[in-house]
Write a protein that binds this ligand. Structure first.
Ligand code: NAP
Length: 321
């Protein structure tokens, strides 16, 4: 007889989550199979809910393998790796994990901004490698407080970045496709003009095809030789070849990057660039936030199975976009 499952898990979200999900629901742990969903047949026919992560995504082929699917619960807030068109075409709900990660991603944006401006990563190497003793004074860096902060994408994370700027006495302006009338920050309809105005430009918009290379050579040049670009959104939003060329030519002052076009990125790409602070895509990766994200996935799964409704669905407009 065919085994019946409520949930198919295409990605492991950590031992603790996997155990708690399995304790609560009848789970098919497809992630254990190297061939993924292709390893299964009849078990998939009446499965209503799938669990994945933004890293593993959810493709058209996965939707096709699950004829009774009604909801996909994903870990992470980005949905650039989830095939939302395929979901919309079949009326399948998709949930992500918004809000709970805003603070940690915004904190990291500030860590990168401060590190790129004040060169804390370079200073750390300077002290630990004995250069302080050998060479003496560390070069002067760039002031942060009182400067101008531009934000591309004043959404949940962008707002958390903006709120933190008050502590640095900074003026904030932003660029979205449409202004947010309630936000106490100036709206700039042109991204290039926002970059020309700003000392620091933080990228916090969504990823995906429609924002690919929004930050291009023109925007980078507008930010200028004293300007610093911070990206905690997606590597795809920034034209990395143009960024590297501008950094090498001194046309951009520096960068703080949690996300890159190719992840993991070849070590040589940024070698020797003390004006660049890098992190390996860990914006939300604190113990507290990762636990909250896992809990929200579990709550979405349980809510859907018990009530037919997701707690934090991707908006219908985004599903159809
Ligand atoms: P959100 O609340 O949906 O905000 C996204 C913002 O992007 C909105 O203000 C939106 O405004 C703007 N936007 C979308 N398309 C745009 C375009 N073409 N031009 C200009 N602005 C555009 O999303 P969020 O929760 O803040 O998350 C933002 C992104 O951060 C996620 O999508 C994810 O990729 C990334 N993220 C990264 C990490 C990490 O580890 N580094 C962790 C979590 C999230 P309009 O709709 O008005 O344009």
């Amino acid at each position: 007889m065919t085994a019946r499952y409520d949930v198919v898990q295409v990605a492991s979200l950590g031992e603790d989550f996997d155990r708690r999900l399995a304790a609560r629901h009848r789970v098919l742990p497809a992630w254990r199979e190297p061939r993924g969903l292709a390893a299964f047949g009849a078990e998939l026919q009446d499965l209503p809910v799938a669990v994945t992560s933004v890293r593993h995504g959810f493709t058209q082929a996965m939707f096709d393998a699950l004829p009774a699917l009604r909801a996909v619960c994903s870990w992470g807030v980005g949905h650039d790796t989830l095939d939302l068109r395929a979901a919309a075409a079949r009326g399948i709900g998709v949930s992500v994990t918004p809000d709970v990660l805003d603070d940690c991603v915004a904190d990291l944006a500030w860590a990168l901004l401060l590190s790129a401006a004040r060169r804390t990563a370079a200073g750390d190497r300077y002290v630990k490698s004995g250069q302080w003793r050998a060479l003496g004074r560390f070069p002067e860096t760039t002031r942060v407080s009182g400067k101008r902060l531009g934000i591309l994408g004043l959404g949940r994370i962008g707002l958390a970045v903006a709120r933190r700027a008050a502590g640095f006495d900074m003026e904030v302006r932003y660029h979205n496709r449409s202004p947010r009338p309630q936000a106490p920050y100036g709206y700039e309809p042109s991204l290039a003009e926002l970059a020309a105005w700003a000392d620091f430009l933080v990228v916090a918009c969504v990823g995906g095809a429609h924002t690919r290379h929004l930050v291009d050579a023109k925007v980078i040049r507008a930010l200028g030789p004293q300007g610093i670009l911070v990206n905690i959104a997606r590597g795809s939003v920034v034209d990395q070849a143009a960024l590297l060329a501008a950094l090498r030519a001194g046309e951009l002052g520096g960068a703080g990057l949690d996300v890159l076009e190719q992840e993991p990125t070849p070590a040589a790409e940024f070698a020797g660039m003390d004006q660049v602070a890098l992190m390996p895509h860990v914006g939300s990766a604190t113990r507290e936030t990762r636990a909250a994200m896992a809990q929200l996935v579990l709550d979405n799964v349980t809510a859907f199975i018990e009530t037919g409704k997701l707690l934090t669905p991707v908006a219908a407009a985004e599903l159809r976009a």
